[in-house]
Design a protein around this ligand. Structure first.
Ligand SMILES: C[S@@+](CC[C@H](N)C(=O)[O-])C[C@H]1O[C@@H](n2cnc3c(N)ncnc32)[C@H](O)[C@@H]1O
Length: 266
């Protein structure tokens, strides 16, 4: 199987970045890349077939890149998205020196790990409901040499007691925020990701409501909630902030969509 043949197969099934994906798949599976070589390898053929069936590239190669970190990814976690780097940037800017932060719904750990990586003076706590996902996040922290500054806690964020009594300079979260009725309309790649990582309930907002209501006592007086939000959720987040006595600033991602909400007490 040649690079060209793989590109053709990917284009036929409308994979947007066919060339980039073909190159990455060959490099990762064969450990080298040549445009001309005819790779006769069962693992590569199998990977191309699975990718053409809509299985995410990131799960096939078992890793992905986020900010400055390389992370293990699998079906246990959402694939870290470039848009999510916007909340990391915001946190890195806002956290005071030697700050403690919390990352709720940590998944692969991408947010907590990149903040710890970019701000060596900070330390934090990362919470996740699913033990296998939490184990993956811990491995990612070790892989990126920040495990000594992060604590991983298994817990249900919705119950409101995941952070105990501690107060943090920022509580950061990219929670599940897709409306339940929208999930089945998403791309076939996204439908291979854990539904529990996507489903934000009937209106997509259950996690934001629960986090703002139940964890405000875990913020320092001048602390921040920093959330990733859906492109169409800015007004609803502002309402939740208002109802709880917080000011809300919404920022855009690189694509120009509303993506980050920063909440601060009035
Ligand atoms: C949208 S994903 C975000 C993962 C990661 N923070 C990121 O940005 O890629 C949400 C994560 O929340 C976890 N989760 C779902 N329900 C939860 C709950 N009740 N308590 C804690 N974590 C939960 C899911 O397993 C998933 O890992």
């Amino acid at each position: 199987m040649t690079y060209r043949e793989i590109c053709e197969s990917f284009k036929k099934v409308n994979i947007e970045n066919a060339r980039g994906e073909a190159e990455l798949l060959i490099s990762e599976i064969m450990g080298e890349f040549s445009e001309d070589r005819d790779y006769q390898d069962e693992r590569l053929c199998d990977a191309v077939r699975r990718r053409c069936e809509g299985y995410p590239l990131q799960y096939i190669i078992g890793k992905w890149w986020f900010a400055r970190c390389e992370l293990e990814v699998s079906e246990e976690c959402l694939v870290p998205r470039p848009d999510t780097e916007s909340i990391v940037e915001e946190a890195v800017k806002l956290l005071p020196r030697n700050a403690r932060f919390a990352d709720l719904c940590t998944g692969s750990g991408c947010i907590a790990i990149s903040i710890a990586d970019l701000r060596a003076d900070t330390s934090g706590v990362a919470v996740e409901l699913y033990p296998r996902t939490l184990e993956l996040a811990k491995r990612n922290a070790e892989r990126n040499k920040v495990a000594d500054r992060l604590e991983f806690i298994e817990g249900d964020v919705l119950l409101g007691d995941a952070l105990g009594e501690e107060r943090f300079s920022a509580i950061i979260s990219n929670p599940p925020y897709i409306r339940s009725d929208v999930i089945d309309t998403l791309s076939r790649e996204v439908r291979h990701e854990p539904r529990v990582a996507l489903d934000g309930g009937a209106d997509g907002l259950i996690f934001y409501r629960a986090i703002v209501e139940k964890y405000q006592q875990n913020l320092t007086d001048d602390g921040y909630f920093i959330f990733e939000i859906g492109y169409d959720q800015a007004e609803e987040i502002k309402e939740i902030a208002e109802e709880n006595g917080f000011l809300c600033q919404v920022k855009k991602d690189l694509g120009g969509n509303d993506r980050v909400a920063v909440l601060r007490r009035k």
